[in-house]
Design a binder for this molecule. Structure first.
Ligand SMILES: [Zn+2]
Length: 604
């Protein structure tokens, strides 16, 4: 990959809000994020970060720039060092830098593509291009739409575009580099022949490539420009240049499969649409789209390929921080046909009825199952456990409750299935693994930490119980150290142990797992045994306990920290200065407490 391309690529993959948000406490305010400027001293926020434009600006001191500029200024690094830092922080591999090589003249390439686009457009309706125009009209496109999208026709002779470009002074090398022609035995021949042409335009309104649809029997039916210095499919979306405003304004994007779908919907008055470039949705495409709106409706065919595309889309969009929903176009038609037949309002109703990703996945799992049959219910629960596990704690709670009433299975039982699965996937060394996880990552995102907190605290509690099983004296330590279990099962086991404590003969400090198990329900027993067997305490009880206790405290502090941050945001908003100062103080204390504990653990 060319170096300049890499910088573009880097900037697509990295979100400026995330980079700055690691150093500056940012709050969403309208379409911007605001915070206290890190470049001058101030009490009220005048530092704004624009996610869509990937740009920051301080109204107080005038500092502004893109993500690389921020890193340069904030960390006092050179341009190169900043790029290296960003690449390292986000795990992006840097290309070898070809020093001294000629700089790529992007504008020249854009200009050549623009010439080609004009050539295709002018060929529509002329000579063989009559077929092209007839085709587009047969698909219901108006003259205005054809002009708006710059649609055109590639003649079937196989040399006309090349000849035209060379007449215009374009070199053969450049024509080949842009994937517009290939070199054959008798010179260059056009890549696109007898096709309706769709210019692919980036969000800076530059023609970066073309898609061509065969009119006759030529294979393949759809053909895109070869990838080039200025055309990387994974970084661009079709029609986003036209749709981005509407996507931001309506705060919703609809992703469809085909270029024709985009154009047809646009013509029908639905402008917040885009399509990926003949590939499954990529991470970079999703990130790019999320800058305009996080609400992304996936509209794919209802066949197996479409379902797979939707499932992939869900994970890619979620990974980019978006909120995916899936819409189903009824009648088994694609959006193009549907909107022509039923109109704009009917299509928008379908989009409004798009289901959240989780509902889509649960519905898919239920397909062909009889959920009144006990055996199939069991099978269904097993199928949806991975879906439930992928959710944050609040969402998980909501869906567990919903499934419980839908299936007539207790919430507890579903929750246990979720937890058991989690434990089952652990290796025998899981005690070590969980210690590493307990330490957590300080650089991680807040929401991520909160998400992890549920299962981490669950594991800590269970590990503590296993420790107490081996040495009953730890039960008293829990009380002394103010440790309180949250999980219902952990509390139940604790009270079972407690009741045994008095009956143990002098000098015996151990409770057998069978004795505890006897007091549990069968599925509770299964979970507890599974966990107990996966935990290895090691020779030093006390060291193991201290580590668990630290993990417990880190969790407590992190949760309090999240609360403090929420309160802080409110206090700042209403201008309650005393409260802000108090909360900032507590925030610093908590940060310090967490740092101390994580550092102790890392050193040990
Ligand atoms: Zn400033």
């Amino acid at each position: 990959m060319a170096w300049e391309n890499f910088i573009d690529d880097l900037k697509i993959q990295i979100d400026i809000v995330d980079v700055i948000g690691r150093e500056v406490n940012l709050k969403k305010s309208g379409s911007n994020y605001m915070g206290l400027c890190p470049f001058h001293s101030e009490k009220t926020p005048s530092f704004s970060v624009n996610e869509e434009k990937q740009f920051y600006h301080c109204f107080g001191c005038g500092e502004s720039g893109d993500v690389i500029k921020f890193v340069q200024n904030y960390y006092k690094l050179s341009f190169m060092e900043s790029v290296e830092k960003l690449a390292a922080d986000y795990g992006i591999r840097m290309p070898e830098r070809h020093s001294g090589g000629p700089r790529i003249d992007y504008n020249k390439y854009y200009e050549i593509n623009a010439k080609a686009a004009r050539f295709f457009y002018n060929s529509l309706g002329r000579g063989g291009g009559a077929k092209g125009l007839a085709y587009l009209k047969s698909r219901g496109l108006t003259k205005e739409t054809i002009t708006k999208f710059g649609l055109g026709y590639a003649p079937d002779s196989g040399y006309e575009l090349t000849k035209h470009l060379i007449d215009e002074g374009v070199s053969e090398d450049d024509i080949i580099k842009l994937g517009l022609a290939n070199r054959g035995r008798n010179g260059l021949y056009d890549r696109f022949r007898d096709r309706v042409m769709f210019p692919i335009i980036n969000t800076h309104d530059k023609v970066i490539g073309f898609g061509g649809r065969a009119i006759g029997d030529i294979k393949p039916k759809y053909l895109n420009s070869a990838e080039s210095e200025i055309f990387l499919k994974k970084n661009n979306l079709f029609g986003l240049n036209f749709g981005k405003r509407a996507i931001a304004d309506e705060n919703r994007a609809i992703i469809v499969e085909g270029y024709m779908d985009v154009i047809s919907l646009y013509q029908a008055g639905i402008h917040n649409v885009t399509a990926s470039l003949g590939t499954a949705l990529t991470d970079n495409q999703a990130r790019l789209l999320c800058r305009y709106s996080k609400n992304i409706v996936l509209s794919y065919d209802s066949d197996q390929a479409g379902i797979n595309a939707a499932l992939r889309g869900i994970s890619v969009v979620s990974g980019a921080g978006g909120k995916p929903r899936v819409m189903t176009v009824t009648d088994g038609k694609d959006p193009d046909e549907f909107v022509k037949k039923h109109g704009k309002e009917a299509f928008l109703r379908l989009a409004d009825n798009a289901v959240p990703a989780t509902d889509f996945r649960l519905k898919l799992a239920a397909e062909g199952m009889d959920l009144t049959d006990d055996r199939q219910i069991l099978e269904y629960v097993e199928k949806v456990v991975p879906v439930l596990r992928s959710l944050g704690p609040v969402e998980q709670d909501i869906y567990v409750r919903r499934l419980s009433s839908q299936l007539g299975v207790s919430e507890n039982a579903i929750m246990m299935a979720v937890r058991t699965e989690e434990q089952g996937s652990r290796t025998p060394q899981s005690a070590r693994m969980s210690r590493r996880e307990i330490r957590g990552s300080r650089s991680g995102h807040q929401s991520r930490q909160q998400q992890d907190a549920g299962s981490i605290s669950g594991r800590i509690e269970m590990s503590m119980l296993v420790l107490a099983m081996n040495n009953i004296r730890y039960i008293r330590r829990f009380t002394e150290d103010g440790i309180r279990f949250r999980s219902a099962l952990a509390n139940k086991i604790l009270s079972v142990m407690d009741s045994f404590g008095d009956e143990l003969s002098a000098g015996v400090h151990r409770i057998e797992i069978d004795d505890i198990a006897a007091a549990l329900e069968p599925d509770e027993e299964r979970i507890f045994r599974g966990i107990a067997e996966s935990i290895q305490i090691g020779p030093d009880d006390e060291a193991f306990y201290r580590e668990l206790k630290d993990g417990y405290m880190i969790n407590q502090y992190r949760e309090e920290l999240a609360e403090v941050r929420n309160e802080l945001a409110v206090a700042e908003k209403i201008g309650h200065e005393d409260e802000v100062i108090k909360l900032l103080g507590r925030q610093m204390e908590l940060d310090k407490l967490i740092n101390n504990l994580t550092e102790v653990n890392n050193a040990g």
